[in-house]
Design a protein around this ligand. Structure first.
Ligand SMILES: Cc1cc2nc3c(=O)[nH]c(=O)nc-3n(C[C@H](O)[C@H](O)[C@H](O)COP(=O)(O)O)c2cc1C
Length: 319
């Protein structure tokens, strides 16, 4: 697949997830086979002001290319300025979020609120396409709610406005993350535009990703919650899609290796204080398969530094 000037080697990609798809986790997903990785949504107004926290969220390096930086907003000038910052940071693609269901954003008329206003999305896409040289993509949902499906109209308008690809989360904004996705909306979008169409929703195991691609005809599938604590899903799905051998689930030693890498890079990236706030939750996703998960969950809350964290992981995963 090609997204504008960017070549994407196969259709198995990482979906953006707030609080999860940070730089350390994205590198792991890449190493384990994701073709394209996307950072979490960042407010365009913070990015345009070059706010320190926003810039940290938009950290990238050549190692993770091709990579996607995602922003949200509803002011064409601010969104265009923020997109320039995303390009300066070194991302290969800038993605515009028109899907986020959180109340704070909806209240401001941003994110998923724009699914009710297709012409506004077209104007925003056009402004950003004019401002940057890297490809511009957009992430949408089926529509504002079950009664109104606007995805096809938005994809067509965005294509005309110069979007290089569209990514459809197969749920409505009103659904948030609850309830089954309806993959058929991805098929309808795919049939309506020429640009690459990616999609997400409900992929929990590698076979689901393959089923998604077959059933929808999409060019790519973005894996969301299915990769939390299980980044090996990328290896497994890539192998299935490229006709390779079945990749077995990782053993405890492999789980420990990857979790220890994540622990080390989170301490390095965030420092002690922030890493200790984030890592217990992340580590618990990896530890769910342990027979003594309950004792791991209790112990991980008491850890004070990187050495203790690593010792705990070794004790529980390697024995
Ligand atoms: C915790 C969480 C955070 C998310 N954050 C973002 C985000 O920042 N930007 C975005 O476009 N989508 C975000 N999503 C949506 C995912 O990219 C993806 O479309 C969705 O999770 C697919 O559904 P699934 O988890 O059932 O596979 C988020 C989803 C979750 C579960």
């Amino acid at each position: 697949m090609r997204i504008g000037s960017v070549a994407v080697s196969h259709p198995i990609t990482l979906a953006p997830m707030e609080e999860h798809t940070n730089y350390p986790f994205r590198l792991i997903c890449k190493q384990l086979g994701a073709s394209l990785v996307c950072g979490e949504r960042v407010d365009a107004c913070d990015v345009a002001k070059r706010d320190r926290r926003a810039i940290k969220l938009l950290h990238t390096s050549p190692t993770e290319r091709p990579s996607v930086g995602q922003i949200s907003g509803n002011d064409p000038k601010i969104l265009a300025e923020a997109a320039k910052v995303v390009a300066e940071q070194g991302f290969s693609i800038v993605d515009l979020n028109f899907e986020c269901p959180i109340r704070r954003l909806i209240g401001r008329g941003e994110g998923g609120a724009l699914m009710a206003d297709p012409p506004a999305i077209a104007r925003l896409v056009e402004a950003v396409v004019r401002a940057v040289d890297i490809p511009v993509t957009l992430k949408i949902r089926s529509g504002p709610d079950a009664e109104r499906e606007t995805a096809v109209e938005i994809a067509q308008l965005a294509e005309r406005a110069g979007a290089a690809a569209v990514d459809v989360h197969a749920r409505s904004v009103a659904q948030s993350y609850v309830g089954g996705p309806d993959w058929s909306v991805v098929t309808r979008v795919k049939q309506a535009v020429q640009i690459p169409v990616m999609g997400s929703g409900g992929v929990r195991e590698a076979v689901d990703a393959i089923r998604f691609l077959k059933e929808t005809g999409a060019d790519g599938v973005a894996i969301g919650r299915g990769c939390l604590g299980n980044p090996w899903i990328f290896q497994q799905a890539r192998s299935l899609v490229t006709g390779g051998a079945t990749v077995a689930s990782p053993n405890l030693g492999e789980r420990a290796r990857v979790l220890l890498q994540l622990v080390a890079s989170e301490f390095d990236f965030y420092g002690n204080h922030l890493a200790l706030k984030r890592l217990p939750r992340v580590a618990c996703y990896f530890a769910k398969a342990l027979p003594d998960f309950a004792s791991f969950r209790e112990a991980v809350q008491k850890v004070k530094n990187e050495q203790e964290f690593k010792r705990l992981v070794r004790e529980h995963f390697v024995g």
